[in-house]
Design a protein around this ligand. Structure first.
Ligand code: PYC
Length: 324
């Protein structure tokens, strides 16, 4: 029998499952107080991700996929940082693979570290596969993530998707690659989640013909709440939609707003999710001439389970059911 301790949280409705113990020592998990924090500086978090992908991918499948996880679950494995001045490095994964960075997941990890008594209010650095991110835990438990540099690479690319009106897409990086589309009809976001997933997948298939790196789609429309600036529907790589406004997606959105001069630095942009939760976001210029911004995202996460996970040797689905 394999046993794991995992801590579940949600950030604006989107779940994160942080692995505390139970994975092989070779992965270097430093989630548990009982494990010596190895703090080796030999391997980068990208190299550790490759070890996980090549040798231990069944742990990803077991911990985030059905029957004990779901399509929407994002897993987080804390490993030693390469720079000993940093708190930790983190590998994010989902139902179909690995994510370079995850905004809601970073907020979930910070709240989990607070719950474990391993982080106090203040500022720390976490290493991710796409670069270091600064995290700030506030006294009131909100978390601010100062995300990786974000920028737009394509503006208003015309898109022709069978059965849909003419669309224009921006392609931008916010720690993951996004295709961002202003809905041609404000009623689009009134459709069911299942319809929007199907529609976004059709859009993604067309976008990927010329931009194969893109694996997330964001549709924007008017907010429902008068306190928000915009509402979005975000399709994730494994076919789930993000219940939160998506931290990396909101960073990509800020890069587009900044490039279009629709938002000034250090001005709060409140992004509403499909389910009505929100993130507060703002940016500073890193290189205005090249359109590169430093985005920051603030929200709260809540720990909602502290679990012992069991993998029984006779259970045919102990290591998860891979999405078909
Ligand atoms: O918050 O960056 C995010 C994210 C990516 C995928 C799901 N959530």
């Amino acid at each position: 029998m394999n046993t794991f301790r995992v801590i579940d949280s949600h950030t604006a409705g989107e779940p994160t499952r942080t692995i505390v113990s139970g994975v092989p020592d070779e992965l270097g998990n430093i989630g548990s107080d009982s494990l010596p924090a190895e703090h080796s500086t030999r391997l980068s978090v990208k190299e550790r991700l490759e070890v996980m992908r090549m040798k231990f991918d069944h742990y990803r499948r077991a911990l985030v996929n059905e029957p004990r996880g779901s399509d929407v679950m994002v897993g987080a494995l804390l490993v030693p940082p390469q720079d000993p001045a940093n708190l930790a490095a983190v590998i994010f994964f989902n139902n179909v693979g690995y994510l370079g960075m995850c905004g809601h997941g970073t907020i979930g990890v910070v709240e989990t570290l607070r719950y474990l008594g391993r982080m106090q209010p203040g500022r720390q650095t976490l290493e991710t596969c796409v670069g270091p991110v600064q995290v700030r835990l506030h006294e009131d438990h909100r978390v601010t993530v100062e995300n990786v540099p974000s920028y737009r690479v394509i503006q208003r690319m015309p898109l022709s998707v069978e059965g849909l009106p003419a669309l224009h897409a921006d392609i931008a990086w916010g720690g993951n690659w996004f295709c961002l589309i202003e809905c041609p009809d404000p009623m689009w976001l009134e459709r069911s989640a299942a319809e929007l997933v199907e529609l976004s997948q059709r859009i993604l298939a067309v976008v990927r013909e010329t931009n194969p790196e893109v694996d997330h789609v964001e549709l924007f429309g008017p907010p429902k709440s008068p306190n928000c600036d915009s509402r979005s529907f975000v399709l994730c790589p494994g076919g789930a939609y993000d219940r939160s406004p998506c931290g990396t997606g909101t960073s990509a959105k800020l890069a587009c707003l900044a490039a279009d001069q629709k938002l000034q630095p250090q001005t709060i942009w409140r992004q509403e999710s499909y389910i009505g939760s929100s993130f507060d976001a703002e940016f500073q210029w890193l290189d205005e001439s090249r359109g590169v911004i430093a985005p920051s995202i603030t929200s709260r996460a809540f720990v909602n389970a502290d679990l012992q996970v069991l993998c029984h040797e006779q259970d045919p689905f102990a290591w998860g059911i891979s999405p078909s």
